[in-house]
Design a protein around this ligand. Sequence first.
Ligand code: MN
Length: 737
Amino acid sequence: MSDPLPSSATKGVSPSVGKAPLVRQPYPKANIVTYAQLVTKLEFYLNAEEIKKVKEAFEFADSMHDGQFRKSGEPYISHPLAVAKQCAEWRLDSQAIMAALLHDVIEDQHVSMRELATKFGMSVAEMVDGLSKLEKLQFKNHADAQGENFRKILLAMAKDVRVILIKLADRLHNMQTLDVMATPKQKRIARETMDVYVPIAHRLGMNILYRKMQDLSFYYLHPYRYDVLKRVISATRKDRQEAMENVLQKVKRQLLSQGIEATIYNREKTLYGIYRKMRRKHLAFSQILDTHGFSIVVKSPQECYTVLGILHSLYKPIPGKFQDYIAIPKLNNYQSLHTALVDPHGEPIEFQIRTNEMHQVAEVGLVAKWAYAKTGHVSVQANTNWLQSLLDIQQQAEDSAEFLEDLKGDLFADSVYVFTPQSEIVALPREATALDFAYKMNSDMGNHTVSVRINNANSPLQTVLRNGDIVDVETSPTAHPNPQWLSFVRTGKARSSIRSYLRSINTAESIELGKTLLRQALAVFSRDMSMMSPAVIQALLNEVGEESMDDIYFDIGVGKRQSTLVARMLVRHHKIEGSETQDSESPIQEAQPLIIYGSEGFDVQRATCCSPIPGDTILGELTASGLIVHNGECKIAKRLMDKEPDRWINLAWGEKLNRTFDCRLNIIVREEKGILARVASEISESNCNVLHVDMERQDEFNLFRFTVEVYDRNHLANLMRRVRHVPGVSKIAREIH
Ligand code: MN
């Protein structure tokens, strides 16, 4: 939805509202950070040696940016300093602080990564390099999917979680100093922040940062709405101020008299939170209950319960509002007691009661968890592996649906994100090649690809793409697919397009399949082609109007003709020739089943309704697009078979297939913390790949739909046995329609 209001409300009256001219309040300015202020922060947790290194990095950055100014007129170094200070507030280690100070020197001052590595070590240089690469990512189009993909590419490229944290600090400071930019740029940056960085902060549980960024983005995206809402809200809050103040004083006195030291914070909904609720539910502001509340922070969990008792003795609790997240933490490790009371005016007031440590986790999320780890600060040791940190995020996710999204997107990282020359993001399966990219754009482009440029360098078509690559495909009308391409493309789309092209020029494969299928169909009548005389074959050709048997085989192979019908015709001509008149039909023998190896190619496909795997009894349906292999228990197959029995043939699995097949499992679990992780780890311990997961809530149960890869029925049975024993799993079944 576009903003119907003027892009800069400072210009005056909105035509749609027509109230008095509005002078928009500038966003409160961020203070300029000095090096001395940064050091004060660092002294809390870094030693003298580390601070000395930070100083070297500062001096280098300072000299590099010397004479460079920000658009606001301030010396450029004020920006890296502000970023470093934010990182210091999160207690990032000295390397990360150095990288924050140096984060723009590669990009702006053309310092080489090697020079940084020599001066400050590889780890710092790599972080700066990562940050420079992220800087080059440009978010152009606003579409939900685009935002989502952009976020993923960012996470995937960062590798080291410290890079993400520095990037978030960088973005926060850029948002705080956005005022000097031209309006279109403000909007673009604010949009990008809202769509990409705000969700990342949220995932990391960094509540304070999340609120700050969201508020700033809202301010620049919808200046007028922001302003109006802010006024209305502060007016309502003023109305309640006195009542709230009375409650606060009374609570404070009571706590003090019981000898409890507490810090009490006012808890307010964000402007954006209120705005979103109004939009989503189509409510006017007056219909939104802007609930007031306090967070009470005390020393120990025991004190939390004492405070709860005190509150409930002061005011009447609202039934059903008490929640104990201390005994049972939320999935994201959030802990607090929640309750709501009725104040003397009959209005609800919400309370959260927690310890200081719980408060930290609630406010700064993941970072707090590391800060409380042994080292006392976020270091590379605390997080040697980005994957591990994603596992941490899984703990932070608000509910299992969100956790699932993380799993899909990151943990089973199966995608790579690249760009078109126009900066559109394209998602491909991991290991996809440049040629897959061309086919993903469209089959026509793929079929006519002559060369590709990756990041402006000519590259082979089979080059495996990496996150962030910019791929430019050159086509020519005379170019066409080459069978060799099949050996390296990874996507189904590329493969099927190449095959269908090859099929159009090379029919050998189809003819072979047609022969096999006809042999199979003839076997039903205890015959084979060697019994057919040239006269019989000619009679058949005359009847169907084809030139040669190869034409007929081809038609059968590509599904244009049914092998059983052709077989019947042949049998009929054969009988006429041999004057076999005694029985109208010879006794039907059990045909030898056609053997399936699962690697036949495009003419033989496994039915997606029942995904048969080796060990299953299987049946084949001849269709216009080839032979479809169904599970013998598939209900869809049974229904189709009743309608057109002629299309169906017996199949059997070959031996020693030595490859995996996908298969769907439905797992019903009770809602329990970490259950998905336990199920997923059982699956991977059974040597199975997970291709896809999906979740559906059903009352107090969750239904997980897994698509896994298994070798055969034994493998699957073993997997199901293991999962069935996971506590919390109440049912597991294979999905066959
Ligand atoms: Mn920057």
